[in-house]
Write a protein that binds this ligand. Structure first.
Ligand SMILES: O=C(O)CCC(=O)C(=O)O
Ligand SMILES: [Fe+2]
Length: 357
């Protein structure tokens, strides 16, 4: 949900590229309490797992638009720092440190080739104050309050979406939000990403196909490149990968694996990847900002109990009681090694709210 002003500064996404079938919802209607609209949002989270959320006109939406613009500015400045400076804040996957800077090529794509993107990740706990602050370059330190506002506003928008999911899953209002509280420790991150333009003669996937391991993601970008796998398709079928067209004032929201687990497979986390941008955009660097909301560290990954969520026993499964913290560590290691055998998950039919005999 970058502003129109920043979109106007870059070449447009071409009109003739076929794009994914992803609906656009509006934040003001989401806040209106319209139950038919809420049901459409829920069904999208169950069947596609991705949607656009348009903001503007509401106080929180307008704040978000200017905060996201400021985050993009900051991200540009961070990635433009000298490599020696960025190296001081390097991530260290072998020590489970996924905050700070990740150079291009550290991760693998699905062919085993090095990735083509740089990350700088910030822990929500660091910014909100759930832990003692981690050191960052001045380009970040001087913007801590902007980052905190961005996190608080994005979180309250996502809380609204989670309450729609509570209703659809037959959970008490506030159940899902209580698993991803901002006031308790979690692996939640805001990840800034820069993808340099790729040479015409050698263009390919820059970020491995994956599903997000957390609960829900709030993603902002201007330049295209994000693709989702058409539900029901084989990931090796190139024709099944479709671009999402970024739009001004719109965030891309997607469901992650934790919500699939908690909902017993009702909600859907869909595979996605990043490749070169289409048309004239391919010559511009691509920036994105992903707010990756994860469960509180000690929360279990076991499914929640409700009339609508089939129990593991009903499915003939024995559930492992892993905490979000352990689950994330294992998934992160696999992802870094390119060994994440990701597949889209979830999307099963809902049982009726009241079971009839
Ligand atoms: O850069 C993007 O648009 C997508 C990033 C992404 O999928 C992620 O960080 O999980
Ligand atoms: Fe992702």
């Amino acid at each position: 949900m970058v502003s129109q002003r920043l979109f106007d500064a870059l070449p447009p996404f071409p009109k003739d590229v076929s794009t994914a079938d992803v609906p656009k919802f509006s934040l003001s209607r989401l806040f209106s309490g319209d139950s038919v609209y809420a049901h459409e949002v829920f069904e999208t989270c169950r069947t596609t797992g991705f949607f656009l959320l348009e903001m503007g006109g509401e106080e929180i939406g307008d704040n978000m638009i200017s905060e996201v613009d400021a985050m993009f500015d900051m991200s540009n400045n961070v990635f433009d720092l000298e490599i020696e400076e960025k190296t001081r804040y390097a991530q260290d996957a072998s020590k489970g440190k996924f905050t700070g800077w990740k150079d291009i090529g550290i991760m693998k794509t699905d062919t085993g080739a090095p990735d083509r993107c740089e990350f700088y990740a910030l822990a929500q706990d660091d910014i909100i104050g759930n832990m003692s602050s981690l050191p960052h370059p001045d380009a970040i330190e001087s913007h801590r309050s902007t980052i905190e506002c961005f996190l608080r506003h994005a979180h309250s928008i996502l809380t609204q979406i989670l309450s729609i999911l509570d209703a659809g899953l037959g959970l008490q209002r506030g159940t899902l939000a209580s698993l991803v509280s901002q006031e308790r420790s979690s692996g939640t991150l805001v990840r800034m990403i820069r993808y340099p333009p790729q040479p015409l003669s050698n263009r390919r996937t820059s970020l491995l196909r994956h599903t997000d391991l957390g609960a829900i993601t709030f993603l902002c970008s201007i330049v295209g490149g994000l693709q989702i796998l058409t539900p029901g398709s084989d990931p090796t079928d190139e024709a099944a990968w479709r671009y999402i067209r970024p739009a001004p004032n719109c965030a891309i929201i997607n469901i992650g694996d934790a919500l699939v687990e908690w909902s017993g497979g009702i909600l859907r986390s869909n595979m996605h990847r990043v490749t070169y941008a289409p048309g004239a955009q391919a010559d511009s660097p691509r920036h994105s900002i992903a707010y990756l909301v994860r469960g509180n560290k000690s929360v279990s990954m076991k499914r929640l109990q409700s009339e609508r969520i089939p129990s593991a026993a009903e499915d003939g499964e024995v559930e492992m009681d892993v905490s979000c913290e352990e689950w994330e560590l294992n998934k992160n290691k696999a992802l870094t090694a390119g060994a994440d055998c990701a597949r889209s998950r979830g999307g099963r039919d809902l049982v009726p709210a009241v079971k009839c005999s």
